[in-house]
Design a protein. Structure first.
Length: 671
């Protein structure tokens, strides 16, 4: 079956318009005293001025007597390939507007119109149609009220971005030039390439697969029923980046809509967004598409005003709750909170990985709370990394790709630690070791237990996991946090207290809020080392310092309630932690000082990869020197340097000197 060129109906209309323009030129030339003047259009001789003085205006009885009628064939048709008819329907253009649009775009499509328009404008340099000439082609005069109304900024042609009235406003309206944007002309000729103004900020969402597309969840189905109503703007509040956009796109596509996604050029530059809105809305109407805009600028009021009465479904996605002051007009805005179901499931990971066989995929991806789009990007990154390694796709590649999609911006207030240790590196008694494994299970299964099984009480409580590691210095608290992060496949961030605590009132709370907010929206383990410095007990208020210190503790108590991430607190003095904090903790892991057997095991663990003499008596060393795991590690490093300096394996004397050095640092008697 042959598909007709979409440009054919437009070209046919332009042929008829050309006949009409040529007839008017012939009629005018027949009585034009200066028609033979080679300089016609460059100056105005007296006889021509007199002729204009006696010429009837278009639309008058005398002019109508000479008019041969406007061809009915220029009217829109119902042919399916007739894009002009579709455009007139979507932009609600009356027949007069369609004729004006044709007259304005004619010289951009057919050069035959340039000399005709130059003659009719009585100016060889003006080869575009003016308002008066466009109306004359229709048989109307510029003094007609309905005709002039078509040039108002709120009229469909100008408001819809289909036509502009150019030239200096000092020029009278009948003499001003009409121009049609290139995107509109390209569309009418059958070109569906995105507007050049929008190439950097707008992209069309790929369509859902015809038969294998996922079924909408309850929230998406509800949203799909609402969105076809173009009179309502929907504000969708997302709690994690990317999840709201994915849900909005899915709902619109299930409603049968094409979707254009608009990514704001800069959150701080609302003027840049407002400048692009007209072209964006025009593109959506040309494609019969809906708009998904995310995120909103810091000051969204101007964008909201630009979106008033746009006649296309609009979904605004932003992490902030909707503020009625953003849209004080009568435009209806429906604000919805995205439920946790917007996060991707293990099934979606499996579908994206398709043929790849990843053992225990559910456990590998459980710590990552990503949206569908982020999952797709994470899988692409994982495949690229696997290809770089020339290895099959593995759990390590998948977690690396997922980390790239949820990397927090905490470097200002925290130090990033890429986990390089695992369970074999931990030397702990059975009880704390079992609790650490339980902590990992909590982190992986929190969505199922707290959301699906609804075991989290109300009151705005989050789905975070918070644990306290208590024990003497060097007993393995920080190392355990690194092991937990490594097992979950996420990055560990150690909060730098020096960059958080501020002498100015209220600044410490602001810094902590930034840390918690960023940890909430990404996937990482947050470690507050020496946490009693900021999670300490509240005291009796005796002066203003006590009052503000208590306010800081109260803020932390409230923030932990709504926290959605994974936070670990370490302290050497558990008794210094406020009891209100301990109630909000999921686990408290006590790290005991190692006994002789554990100390011997720690010595062996530290020297596993170092060259040692075969007869090292580490059991005697463990029984003789009461050192913590951190102290034993420092002693082993000292022993290694001594041996390396001699170029020999580590001996009993080396480890003995290392242990004695640690005793000296602690101020204990060396024996």
């Amino acid at each position: 079956m042959t598909v007709r060129d979409p440009a054919v109906p437009l070209l046919h209309r332009l042929d008829l318009l050309h006949v009409r323009a040529a007839n008017i030129v012939r009629q005018r030339a027949a009585g034009d005293a200066s028609s033979a003047d080679p300089l016609r259009g460059l100056y105005l001789p007296p006889e021509v001025a007199l002729q204009w003085a006696h010429r009837p205006s278009p639309g008058s009885d005398a002019a109508d007597a000479e008019d041969d009628g406007y061809p009915e064939a220029l009217e829109p048709t119902e042919a399916p390939e007739d894009r002009l008819t579709g455009l007139a329907h979507r932009f609600m253009l009356p027949a007069l507007d369609v004729h004006l649009l044709l007259a304005a775009l004619a010289p951009d499509v057919d050069r035959r119109f340039e000399p005709l328009y130059g003659y009719l404008n009585d100016d060889v340099s003006r080869r575009r149609v003016t308002v008066s000439v466009a109306l004359e082609l229709i048989g109307l005069a510029p003094h007609h009220r309905s005709a002039r109304a078509r040039m108002h900024p709120a009229a469909p042609l100008l408001h819809g971005g289909l036509m502009t009235v150019e030239d200096d406003r000092e020029r009278p309206l009948p003499g001003r030039t009409l121009r049609v944007p290139e995107r509109v002309i390209a569309y009418l000729l059958g070109d569906d390439v995105l507007d050049s103004e929008l190439l950097d900020t707008v992209r069309q969402a790929p369509p859902l697969p015809a038969a294998t597309g996922p079924e909408p969840n309850a929230f998406e189905a509800r949203l799909a029923k609402l969105l076809p109503d173009a009179s309502v703007v929907v504000h969708l509040r997302e709690h994690r980046p990317g999840t709201g956009v994915a849900v909005a796109v899915a709902a619109l596509q299930h409603a049968g809509r094409t979707v254009l996604r608009f990514d704001l050029p800069s959150p701080t530059d609302s003027a840049a967004a407002v400048d692009l809105i007209p072209a964006l809305v025009r593109e959506a109407r040309l494609r019969e598409a809906a708009l998904v805009i995310s995120p909103l600028p810091e000051q969204p009021a101007a964008v909201m005003r630009a979106l008033e009465h746009v006649d296309v479904p609009v979904v605004l996605v932003d992490p902030r709750p909707f503020d009625p002051h953003w849209s004080p007009s009568a435009t209806a805005v429906l604000s919805l909170d995205l439920p946790p179901g917007g996060l991707a499931s293990t099934q979606l990971w499996a579908e994206e990985l398709s043929e790849a066989d990843v053992p225990d995929l559910a456990a590998a991806v459980a710590p990552f709370r990503l949206g569908p789009d982020q999952v797709r990007r994470a899988v692409r990154s994982a495949r690229a990394l696997a290809a770089l390694d020339s290895a099959p796709l593995s759990r390590v590649h998948i977690q690396h790709g997922a980390r790239q999609q949820s990397a927090p911006l905490l470097n200002q207030h925290a130090r990033q630690v890429q986990p390089e240790v695992g369970w074999p590196d931990l030397v702990l008694p059975d009880e704390p070791l079992q609790q650490l494994h339980e902590l990992v299970v909590r982190a992986r299964q929190r969505e199922r237990v707290l959301r699906e099984w609804r075991l989290r009480p109300g009151g705005g409580r989050g789905r975070g996991v918070v644990a306290l590691f208590a024990g003497d210095s060097g007993t393995g608290k920080t190392l355990s946090a690194e092991v937990v992060a490594g097992e979950l496949g996420v990055v560990l961030y150690v909060v730098e207290l020096s960059s958080v605590v501020d002498k100015y009132i209220g600044e410490t709370e602001k810094n902590l809020e930034r840390i918690f907010a960023e940890a909430d929206r990404t996937d990482s383990v947050l470690l507050f080392d020496e946490a009693d410095a900021i999670f300490g007990k509240r005291s009796e208020v005796k002066d203003s310092h006590d009052r503000y210190a208590n306010m800081e503790s109260a803020f932390l108590l409230q923030r932990l309630e709504s926290f959605d991430g994974i936070a670990l607190l370490t302290t050497n003095l558990r008794a210094n932690i406020d009891e209100a904090f301990t109630r909000r903790l999921d686990l408290i892991v006590d790290f005991p000082f190692p006994d002789p057997a554990l100390r011997t095991q720690l010595w062996r663990q530290c020297l596993t990869h170092a060259p040692c003499l075969p007869d090292l008596d580490l059991a005697a060393l463990g029984a003789r020197y009461e050192l913590s795991g951190g102290g034993i590690r420092s002693a082993a490093v000292t022993a290694a340097y001594l041996a390396a300096g001699r170029g020999e394996p580590i001996s009993d004397d080396d480890v003995l000197i290392g242990a004695q050095r640690e005793y000296q640092k602690m101020g204990r008697v060396v024996w």
